[in-house]
Write a protein that binds this ligand. Structure first.
Ligand code: COA
Ligand code: AMP
Length: 633
């Protein structure tokens, strides 16, 4: 880094040379019940423990402390519903009271420190309230994205074994009302837990008690009326705050565990240094509370910082038009927006010159942050041009909880290079290595790995399965965490993230497992075997496409099979999989040991250069597939 990056370079170097001093300094931003005297403990390695002797309450840090500091009347959360047309604002005092009251409801259901609370809610304030209420009691929440179907909810209920489920009767999608309770009932039955208390925030226009399950229903509003507000319960910094399930390479989702102390320290560091957002600023993350971006930057980050967070129930387009984002920025005087590139592509497709921006004064906006998928250079240039503010990509994942590579706008804005999320953030010792773990030269693509220990706020383990944590992330490269992404570092140290090295795909900024979709497709009685791959899509980044071989003797029309497979995936995984294409093929390309050559298939479909491995069983299968995978090429 030239003179431009001196401050960044000093901070980064110090974070790696003196992590104890660096993170204990950062920890001063937290209100502790017991101040930590130690930053990192490797005593339980490879499970990392940050601030092992510290105690705090995350809900207190996100709410009460700001009221005590005189911010009680400042808006904490603005819920803007493009679906219903209207906003609801909670000041810090009001949100604190709402969270304390709902924590009382949870406690009345027997929830205490360490107990799990599964939250299945759309983008309504109750989602944030339920999360913060669980945190207030020292309980562990696990939020499930509303676009997942009953089976996915059931898997999470079974794994997290919650004391209670918190849900609603309905969600609003542009083209339909989403009935939540039939899904919840089916999930409870599938999980074998029909007796679990289910706290329901009822919304007008939705079924209140579908089906004939004898369930333990608690009405959110009625329960609140009799609730005694609960005070924050101090917990150990190393106690879990939440579990967030994410897609891995197999069908079984991984329960990423986040602690309380490291999380608060890291998020506070990012709000100031990465995003330049401080108490009193208005910040908007257009994502969903069901994803890590929503956890970190709709709920916890902005509230820990004493900022105002905008929670948006709507889409970038169609609610009502491609000017929705500009309207929200204008109406709430948003200082910085964080969204996924796919949302920008959707807006651009509908309104290529952003003409609808002319209806609103978006002059308060200082920065646009993107993450969730690579910010393609086309979209970067378009957004920079129409907004006239820095457009800042940053790269991270559910596991890390905050930016691995970014551009620290609050610390020192670094020059932006289109296509790169910029430089590694403090605490992340990033290396590019080949398959054997050997460093590769600048400019050469390889596996992106992070030398251990990871900084505060990153995952501590996978829920209930330390061994899976080690096997999934820590075994491939000695002393390193494997990110699952490939990329390269250029001569200036800028990181370029090129894509996953495993079977995880990214559809409209949503992380999905092709393995999980394959498991569902493979259940169809006509299917002998199948491969699901993620192919490039101009709007959504990638889309999942299936190739199936029929069982011998079975005959079914291609369009009928596709319709049935699409319906099956929607029912088993959920609409979020956005699985729309399945093609019948004679055979799948395989190695002689039987491994399906998914990567080669993807390369052909994307029009990339491909090499057929010498271990291929039958090269003719590839030849037959080329016109199907890449018609017209
Ligand atoms: N509850 C129920 N269903 C949901 C849902 C939810 N919370 N979220 C999405 N779905 C459904 C959609 O309604 C759609 O259903 P359909 O097949 O009946 O139309 C399906 O899942 C696929 O949704 P999506 O991939 O989001 O496509 P879309 O066409 O509805 O919208 C975008 C496209 C680009 C506008 C939208 O994906 C978007 O805003 N993406 C931003 C992503 C984001 O913020 N990611 C978070 C990571 S930062
Ligand atoms: P998730 O866990 O849902 O946040 O998804 C994480 C994955 O999304 C990463 O491992 C990357 O493959 C991809 N990803 C997220 N942000 C970016 C980015 N800014 N650039 C490139 N890929 C990204």
């Amino acid at each position: 880094m030239s003179r431009n990056g001196r401050k960044y370079t000093d901070e980064y170097r110090r974070s790696l040379e003196d992590p104890e001093g660096y993170w204990l300094d950062a920890a001063r931003a937290v209100a502790w019940d017991v101040e930590p005297t130690q930053a990192y403990s490797g005593a339980d390695a490879p499970i990392s423990r940050w601030f092992p002797d510290g105690e705090l309450n995350t809900s207190f840090n996100a709410l009460d402390r700001h009221v005590a500091a005189g911010r009680g009347d400042q808006p904490a959360l603005i819920h803007d519903s493009a679906m219903l047309g209207g906003t609801t604002t909670y000041t810090y005092s009001e949100l604190t009271a709402a969270v304390a009251a709902f924590a009382g409801v949870l406690r009345a259901q027997g929830v205490g420190r360490g107990d799990r609370v599964v939250i299945y809610l759309p983008m309504i304030p109750e989602a944030a309230i339920a999360m913060l209420a669980a945190a207030r009691l020292g309980a562990v929440h696990s939020v499930v994205f509303g676009g997942f179907a009953a089976n996915e909810l059931a898997v999470r209920i079974r794994d997290a074994a919650p004391k209670v489920v918190v849900t609603t009767s309905g969600g609003l999608e542009p083209n339909r009302h989403v009935e939540y309770l039939p899904t919840v009932h089916e999930a409870l039955a599938t999980a074998g837990a029909p007796e679990l208390p289910v706290i329901v925030k009822h919304r007008d226009g939705f079924a209140t008690d579908p089906g004939d399950l004898d369930w333990n229903h608690v009405d959110w509003d009625a329960a609140l009326a009799g609730a005694r507000p609960a005070a924050p319960v101090p917990v150990k910094a190393t106690d879990p705050l939440y579990i967030l399930y994410t897609s891995g390479t197999t069908g079984a989702p991984k329960g990423v565990v986040r602690d309380n102390g490291g999380h608060a320290v890291a998020l506070l560091w990012t709000m100031a240094n990465l995003y330049d957002i401080h108490a009193g600023d208005v910040w908007w993350t257009a994502s969903d509370v069901g994803w890590v971006v929503g956890h970190s930057y709709i709920v916890y980050g902005p509230l820990l910082a004493g900022a105002t967070t905008v929670m948006y129930e709507g889409k970038p387009v169609g609610t009502p038009d491609a000017g929705a984002f500009w309207r929200v920025i204008f109406q709430h005087r948003v200082k910085a927006l964080f969204t996924a590139p796919t949302a920008l592509r959707a807006i651009r497709k509908m309104d290529p010159e952003a003409a609808l921006m002319g209806k609103y004064d978006v002059g308060t906006l200082q920065t646009l942050f993107t993450a969730g998928e690579r910010l393609d250079t086309d979209t970067y240039h378009w957004a920079s041009r129409v907004l006239g503010v820095p457009v800042v990509d940053h790269w991270w994942q559910t596991e890390t909880g905050w930016g691995i590579v970014g551009n620290p706008r609050g610390l020192e804005p670094l020059p932006i290079k289109a296509g790169s999320p910029t430089l590694p953030m403090p605490g992340y010792d990033l290396r590019i290595v080949d398959g054997l773990g050997e460093p590769v030269a600048a400019g050469q693509e390889g596996n992106i790995v992070l030398r251990l220990p990871l900084p505060p706020g990153t995952l501590t383990t996978l829920w209930g399965d330390d061994q899976r944590y080690v096997d999934s992330y820590l075994s491939a490269f000695d002393g390193c965490y494997a990110t699952g992404d490939s990329g390269y570092v250029d001569e200036d140290g800028y990181v370029f993230v090129m894509g996953r090295t495993d079977d995880v795909i990214n559809v409209a900024g949503h992380r999905l497992s092709t393995g999980a979709i394959e498991q569902v497709v493979g259940k169809h009685p006509a299917v002998a075997e199948c491969a699901v791959i993620g192919v490039a899509d101009a709007l959504k980044g990638q889309k999942a496409v299936g190739f199936v071989v029929l069982k011998s003797g079975v005959s079914i029309a291609a369009d009928v099979l596709q319709k049935e497979l699409v319906a099956l995936v929607r029912k088993e995984i959920g609409p979020v999989a956005d699985f729309k294409n399945a093609t019948i093929v004679d055979a799948l390309p395989k190695t002689r040991s039987g491994k399906i050559l998914r990567k080669t298939m993807r390369q052909i479909a994307d029009g990339d250069a491909y090499t057929v491995p010498s271990t291929i069983e039958d090269p003719a299968v590839i030849d037959a597939l080329v016109p199907i995978l890449a018609p017209g090429r």
